[in-house]
Design a protein around this ligand. Structure first.
Ligand code: NAD
Length: 318
């Protein structure tokens, strides 16, 4: 059993903690709290041990792996403590890539499995990597241009916006392209980004130049057979991120989560050697299975497909 602690019990941390509880090879030793609030009260109801942040060492003393889900920048400053205590650590995508090797299970598990520290990349980077890796493995990618249409804030968040504007990111490329290259270093990719007034999901509009030309049916079939990717269809009434979120609730998913990247079959187009598609990313949950696989990877367990299957099965995802 891998003894796991979660530091930072917010949007990502509470989901990672719940996913650890589902694993038969992991034990959740506890989570940290820096203030008492509804999240901690809910954790107590689930009998999750809570460690006040001032007593972080009490948690760290008991664990093999820490999943650091603190706001960006704090993970990097905690790294020294984890090194000093000889604890393996999984960081999140808000940390700079220098904090640890970047990780997306279906892309580079074997390449980074010996590392004591890993960084699960951001929700957007994870989503891009999942579909682009499948395309590169099967059709060889020449280059990619993708535009991220980004949710303004998480649903609980009353502080961030925009609430009435479309806001282009005025630096190109946006950080997403370079971040994808920390996982797939040889990929030629350029990204741009726009923030929009929604809390539900991100959306990506992607154009890929391929070296061989597929049919639309082949791409639908490829994505259907790619783990952690779900193909959705207009004919099923799924025309928007709102309907994907409703579908996740109807599936009985914990917190209404959709950890799979959702690609609309209706948006897949082929024009010469260019492939176009649109995908939606549930920012609160797509990185959660990646964190579970990263815990196994830093623990020296594998191979990738065994960990991915185990995680998927426990969480009921494709
Ligand atoms: P969050 O604000 O929802 O949660 C962070 C938690 O950490 C809060 O509960 C906060 O109280 C706690 N915290 C703050 N300072 C702390 C400290 N010094 N020590 C311990 N705990 C502390 O943040 P989040 O959205 O869960 O983001 C966490 C990380 O995950 C970031 O790197 C972020 O970039 C990344 N991430 C977020 C999303 C998303 O959409 N929310 C998606 C993918 C990755």
């Amino acid at each position: 059993m891998i003894k796991v602690g979660v530091v930072g019990y917010g949007t990502i941390g509470k989901r990672v903690a719940d996913a650890v509880l589902l694993q038969d090879d992991m034990e959740l030793i506890g989570v940290t709290a820096n203030t008492y609030n509804y999240k901690i009260e809910a954790a107590e109801r689930k009998d999750i041990p809570i460690f006040p942040i001032k007593k972080l060492h009490h948690l760290l003393d008991k664990i093999d792996v820490v999943v650091d889900c603190t706001p960006k920048g704090i993970g990097a400053s905690n790294k020294r403590t984890y090194e000093d205590m000889d604890i393996k650590a999984v960081f999140q995508g808000g940390e700079k890539p220098e904090v640890a090797p970047s990780f997306v299970a279906q892309c580079n598990y074997a390449d980074v499995a010996c590392s004591k520290f890993l960084r699960v990349v951001s929700c957007n980077t994870t989503g891009l990597c999942r579909t682009l890796k499948a395309l590169d493995d099967n059709y060889l990618i020449d280059k990619v241009h993708a535009t991220m249409i980004r949710r303004a804030a998480d649903p609980w968040d009353i502080y961030h916006g925009p609430i009435n504007a479309l806001v282009p990111h005025l630096v190109v490329p946006s950080h997403h392209g370079p971040d994808v290259r920390t996982v797939m270093p040889s990929l030629e990719i350029f990204t741009t980004s726009i923030s929009v007034p929604t809390t539900l999901m991100h959306m990506h509009s992607i154009t890929v130049d391929l070296q061989t030309t597929p049919t639309i049916d082949e791409i639908v079939s490829l994505f259907k057979n790619t783990t952690r990717v779900r193909v959705v269809h207009n004919v099923d009434g799924i025309r928007s991120t709102a309907e994907i979120m409703e579908y996740a609730k109807d599936l009985g998913r914990s917190r209404g989560d959709m950890p799979e990247v959702c690609v609309w079959s209706d948006t897949i187009g082929v024009w010469g050697n260019k492939l176009m598609y649109i995908q939606a990313i549930h920012q609160e949950s797509d990185v959660v299975p990646e964190n579970i696989d990263a815990i196994r990877a830093v623990s020296g367990l594998g191979p990738a497909h065994e960990s991915i299957n185990k995680t998927n099965q426990s969480m009921g995802i494709n």
